[in-house]
Design a binder for this molecule. Structure first.
Ligand SMILES: CC(C)(COP(=O)(O)OP(=O)(O)OC[C@H]1O[C@@H](n2cnc3c(N)ncnc32)[C@H](O)[C@@H]1OP(=O)(O)O)[C@@H](O)C(=O)NCCC(=O)NCCS
Length: 393
């Protein structure tokens, strides 16, 4: 089926809301922000020959932290097609256009949360991780006095403290959103953002070193749950103090749900062995522009080397073909090589290696690398820490 894809204008927004509501079951009355343009966010629509809106996709306008540097992204949300038009190539048309426009404005990579990974695999995204949450029995939280820390209730003004702590933790890691741009720049209606009822701040020597952002939920007792949207600690003491604060909820909320960031001080203090498998939501990644994806991020300073490969990317032709990757002194470069590479790398294998979640040989066993040379050479592309996300979009 042939459709025309173009950015939505204000008059299209009510129809776009209705289309998304049918797909995802949202409220009948749209929130104000759904009917207004959001700076940095690009909403695309697919229209049939009669001008009817039949599909939508949104480029969220987020950034991602990669090794201390911000990568511009074309992160994707709100992909929906009218039920009568599904399976006819509408999502393919929307996402191909979204990638081309993203590339045009300087985006390097793209992440998304799929309801159906098969659709996005066909278009070059691959699963690279899962948003991790742990549901813990509040009574199992350790609590002990932590000398040298002050714990206080936060005010809305402390959301700036939360932002600063988040940035300290996200900046040296890979994949985490910058929490700037798109919906992150919108003002919230009440004193707190949606779903937030309060903030707890930890200070040491007068400087904030930890913060807890929570939604109280309803009721009290064994079935009640405290939902923590941010558990941020930049010192071990702050991590222990925050876990102690969570323990203090034990008489009223039987469970506390916490986000997990691998390798941080807060999860270091949690009794994670007591968590039944918490909800984990898979997310996917792909390069939008491989040259920028390599050049614009930070790489581990101790890694040095070169590897040549031919990239197979049927959806973004500019990414495809032979490349040589060189890493040195914390920087990376991708250039067209003089020789024919002995490895063929599928764009989905590129995504997994780039996100640090596989190795060259493991990717070959998954059918994402072919060729006569040893695929272990591609481990160079996997040199950074594994990518993570703390935010759903
Ligand atoms: C998921 C959805 C957006 C797909 O849109 P669509 O227009 O039907 O998808 P397309 O026809 O463009 O298909 C794209 C590719 O995915 C494949 N595909 C489509 N739907 C699929 C499905 N449900 N399962 C597996 N593969 C699927 C197609 O075969 C096609 O591959 P090809 O182009 O290489 O042949 C649509 O079904 C929908 O709106 N669903 C409800 C809302 C939703 O789940 N949105 C996704 C949020 S992440």
């Amino acid at each position: 089926m042939s459709v025309t894809v173009r950015p939505l204008v204000d008059e299209d927004l009510p129809a776009a809301w209705e289309l998304g509501r049918l797909a995802f079951g949202g409220p009948v009355t749209p929130p104000d922000r759904a009917l207004r343009p959001v700076p940095g966010m690009l909403r695309l629509g697919a229209f049939d020959e009669r001008g009817r809106l039949v599909g939508t996709a949104t480029d969220t306008g987020h950034g991602q932290w990669w090794g201390g540097r911000v990568l511009a992204t074309a992160d994707v949300a709100g992909v929906a097609v009218l039920p009568e038009y599904r399976g006819a190539g509408v999502a393919r048309a929307l996402l191909t256009d979204l990638l081309a426009r993203g590339r045009e404005r300087g985006a390097a990579v793209s992440a998304l949360y799929p309801t159906v990974s098969a659709v996005y695999r066909r278009l070059g995204w691959e699963v690279v991780g899962a948003l991790q949450r742990a549901d813990l029995d509040t009574a199992s939280m350790p609590t002990a006095p932590v000398p040298g820390v002050r714990v206080r209730p936060g005010e809305p003004v402390d959301l700036a403290v939360v932002d600063a702590l988040y940035e300290t933790l996200a900046r040296p890691r890979s994949g985490l959103l910058t929490r700037r741009g798109g919906r992150y720049d919108l003002p919230h209606d009440g004193p707190w953002p949606d779903g937030v009822d309060g903030v707890t701040v930890v200070e040491q020597d007068g400087a904030p070193t930890g913060a807890l952002v929570y939604g109280r939920g309803t009721g009290y007792g064994p079935d009640a749950r405290l939902t923590v949207s941010d558990l941020l600690a930049v010192t071990a003491e702050a991590g222990h103090a925050l876990v102690g604060v969570l323990a203090g909820w034990r008489t009223v909320t039987g469970t506390v749900r916490v986000p997990l960031l691998a390798g941080d001080a807060a999860s270091g203090g949690l009794p994670l062995e007591r968590s039944p498998a918490g909800p984990a939501t898979a997310w996917m990644h792909r390069p939008v522009d491989v040259v920028r994806a390599v050049a614009d991020r930070g790489w581990p300073g101790h890694v040095r080397g070169r590897v040549a490969f031919t990239l197979v990317d049927p959806v973004v032709p500019e990414n495809a073909g032979p490349w040589e990757l060189e890493l040195a002194d914390g920087a990376g470069e991708l250039r067209r090589p003089g020789r024919d590479p002995g490895l063929r790398l599928d764009v989905r294998g590129f995504a997994q290696l780039y996100c640090g979640v596989t190795t060259g040989r493991a990717a070959a066993l998954a059918g994402l690398v072919h060729g006569p040379e040893d695929p272990a050479a591609l481990d160079l592309l996997a040199a950074g820490p594994p990518a993570q996300l703390l935010d759903y979009f």
